[in-house]
Ligand binder design. Structure first.
Ligand code: CDP
Length: 688
């Protein structure tokens, strides 16, 4: 049974219910802009449900973040006093908590995109709410483009609502041919802002001091502290608890320090939404998830370090970097706004006002302009939309042509599109799998080669986004070897991940085995679930027999050889060759990038000469320097067909243009389409 409903809040959205409904009745697309916490995510779906919209289909509410889809659906189920999964449910990748009864469905934007593959008109829905559109996630941006097309076919029986806390409403309205924009006035109390005179050298330390100051001097009220990521949050939580413990007893009220980030286990997430115990101040240490996605009640003080962790993709190197970058002014204002929801609040900005005014960007760069687009382009190709040229798809903010062309090249190298840019049969199957293109291609090849069972394990572990390594230092590396975990038999990380999973399987999935080896039980269990789901999906779409059982006791190199071969095909766009004379690598393909095996890799500590000549990698990431993460040894004979494909690669044909001469700008691209090797000078840049 669900817990009793919390008191129905008097939220601004509810006060405008009639106006919202009149506008929705009269228009197929409506933009709703309202302050964070005004009730957009939790109330709009309920209003539409009350007004009968669920009689002719369900209401879909998309969320860019998994954590928000789960937590908001839980809240709405509570408010309606129904068990989660009945009338109100959620669907996120690898987790579906909906049923026949579900008429209000919270789902990630990625899941809705996937649903539209099997049901392009999304007929099961009478209303689609694209929530948190201001986050400008890659998938929401693609959905905006698709909604524009869909609404033309379903103008009479579909309503699309686009909701946002900060979005430029006029721009979206223009995108949707001048659709109405409803601005819901918020009830924000004034927030006093305090700036530092200069940037602190250590923002964790500076946040700690500010937090303690507030606790000692200020009146009751919770404190929300923005940090950049899980590592900082963990540090901050531990240090803050320590310092609070050291305060003189009875000098201030009780304190509760709570972390908040996307990978928090559900039972800990719930604690953040429960009110503070009496005479207790809560400190919530959060990533930017508390900026707009999740509303934490009771906050009166905000500490803003002024940074955010942002993933950035560089199409010319194929490399990701996870950079701590300055937030935008919009983000800074959102963070400050969190302090003024219930009464006047205070925001401590750990940066000078001049930085806010002169250095911060006005708004955050949309994800579509800083991501690899291979998965999205494959998706769009698989929709078979008439008249669609990927380079001309109607995006709210188009990605760079370089990025789109990079995606086309990647897809071509792994056989998802042919040399004229048309989706292949392989590409169609790939698009149906909820995996990134390299892993879906690996599975298809593995099925052909007879090692699907192993490939499923590898794909599941990698896409469960957990790591088998609790701590990634070299010390732990050595320790792990001593603990008797398999070592990949010299073939690299994918094989090691497989061996670890198989060893666990041999214990009958004993959680104690994970703990003994310092492996996260929750993550391991999740990868097992993911594996089961992937097995079911592939059995549905694969032609011919599939063998998905986890193998026991098979450890011959011959076995791993097939899997490595499948990985080489799947990662044909992420291939590297060892350099002469030292243990650096360079990419093989249309990009030139020098890099090394990441120290956390099972091959990471290996000497020159021990490293394989050719490897494929799961990810290229720039941390202290460019590193390949999750590396697998492959053989030269498997690399050759990929090199041949590279020779045939013609970006003009791939992007659906007949001749370069029609567009002189394309000449530049032509020069990078042939395979390249790093020069000696570049080789010497790699620090070994
Ligand atoms: O979407 P928007 O930011 O406009 O507001 P909302 O997420 O619908 O939040 C409305 C209210 O519901 C706030 O008071 C939240 O604190 C509360 N809420 C909650 O208690 N638990 C959640 N998981 C989500 C919202």
């Amino acid at each position: 049974m669900p817990s009793p409903p919390p008191q129905q809040p008097a939220l601004p959205i509810l006060e405008h219910e009639d106006e919202i409904m009149e506008t929705v009745e009269a228009n197929p697309v409506v933009v709703v802009i309202g302050e964070t916490g005004s009730g957009k995510s939790t109330q709009l779906s309920q209003i539409l449900h009350r007004r009968g919209y669920t009689c002719r289909g369900a209401i879909a509410v998309t969320q860019p973040r998994r954590v928000a889809a789960v937590s908001v659906s839980r809240r709405v189920a509570q408010e309606l006093s129904v068990p989660l999964g009945d009338e109100v449910g959620y669907a996120i990748r690898f987790e579906d908590r909906t049923s026949e009864k579900t008429c209000i469905k919270y789902l990630t934007d990625g899941v809705l995109l996937r649903e539209s593959l099997s049901d392009p008109e999304l007929k099961q829905y009478s209303v689609i709410i694209l929530d948190e559109a201001h986050e400008r996630s890659l998938n929401t941006d693609i959905l905006l483009g698709l909604m524009k097309r869909l609404i033309m076919n379903r103008a009479s029986d579909l309503k699309v609502l686009i909701t946002s806390a900060t979005l430029d409403g006029l721009k979206v309205s223009k995108f949707f041919s001048g659709c109405p924009v409803l601005n819901i006035p918020g009830t924000l109390f004034p927030v006093e802002k305090f700036y530092s005179t200069e940037r602190p050298t250590n923002y964790i330390e500076s946040s700690l001091r500010t937090a303690i100051d507030i606790h000692v001097k200020e009146s009751p009220g919770d404190v929300l502290i923005f940090m950049t990521g899980k590592d900082d949050i963990d540090k901050m939580v531990a240090k803050l608890e320590e310092r609070i413990k050291n305060l003189e007893e009875g000098s201030c009220m009780d304190a509760l320090v709570l972390p908040l980030h996307g990978s928090l286990p559900p039972e800990q997430q719930v604690r953040v939404f429960a009110p503070a115990p009496p005479n207790c101040r809560r400190f919530i240490v959060s990533t930017n998830v508390a900026e707009t996605s999740l509303t934490v009640d009771g906050v009166v003080f905000v500490i803003d370090c002024g940074y955010v962790k942002q993933r950035q993709y560089n199409p010319s190197s194929g490399m990701y970097s996870l950079d701590v970058v300055q937030i935008s002014r919009v983000q800074a204002d959102q963070r400050a706004g969190r302090a003024g929801r219930t009464r006047p609040g205070k925001c401590y900005r750990l940066y000078p006002m001049s930085i806010y005014q002169n250095e911060f960007l006005e708004a955050t760069i949309p994800e579509i302009q800083r991501s690899s687009l291979a998965g999205s382009v494959l998706y769009l190709k698989s929709l078979d939309l008439p008249d669609i040229n990927i380079l001309k798809f109607d995006f709210l903010d188009p990605p760079s042509r370089e990025s789109l062309e990079d995606a086309l090249r990647q897809l071509y190298l792994i056989d998802a599109i042919d040399e004229n840019g048309r989706i292949t049969d392989v590409g169609r199957i790939m698009a149906e799998l909820p995996l990134e293109p390299s892993l879906s291609r690996t599975l298809i090849e593995a099925n052909e080669l007879g090692c699907l069972s192993q490939a499923l394990t590898v794909a599941a572990v990698l896409s469960a986004e957990i790591t088998f390594r609790p701590i990634r230092s070299k010390v732990m590396e050595g320790k792990r070897k001593r603990q008797g975990l398999p070592d990949g038999s010299g073939w690299g990380d994918h094989i090691q991940l497989l061996q670890i999973f198989e060893s666990w399987n041999q214990t009958g999935y004993d959680p104690g085995w994970c703990s003994d080896h310092e492996l996260q039980v929750r993550g391991m269990k999740f990868s097992k679930d993911v594996r089961n789901q992937l097995s079911q999906i592939i059995q549905k779409i694969a032609k011919g027999p599939t063998d998905v059982q986890v193998r026991r006791g098979q450890k011959s190199d011959l076995d791993y050889r097939k899997l490595r071969r499948a990985l080489c095909v799947g990662y044909g766009n992420q291939l590297a060759e060892r350099m002469l004379h030292h243990n650096g690598y360079h990419t093989v393909g249309y990009r030139v990038q020098l890099m090394q095996v990441h120290p956390s890799s099972v091959l990471g500590g290996d000497e020159y000469g021990q490293l394989p000549v050719y490897v494929v990698y799961h990810e290229l990431i720039n941390t202290t320097r460019p590193f390949m993460r999750n590396v697998c040894a492959v053989e030269q004979s498997w690399v050759e067909p990929i090199l041949k494909k590279l020779e045939r690669l013609d970006i003009h044909k791939l992007s659906g243009r007949s001749s370069a001469s029609k567009d002189p700008e394309y000449l530049e691209d032509e020069q990078v389409s042939a395979p390249k090797k790093a020069t000696d000078a570049q080789q010497s840049e790699v620090d070994c």
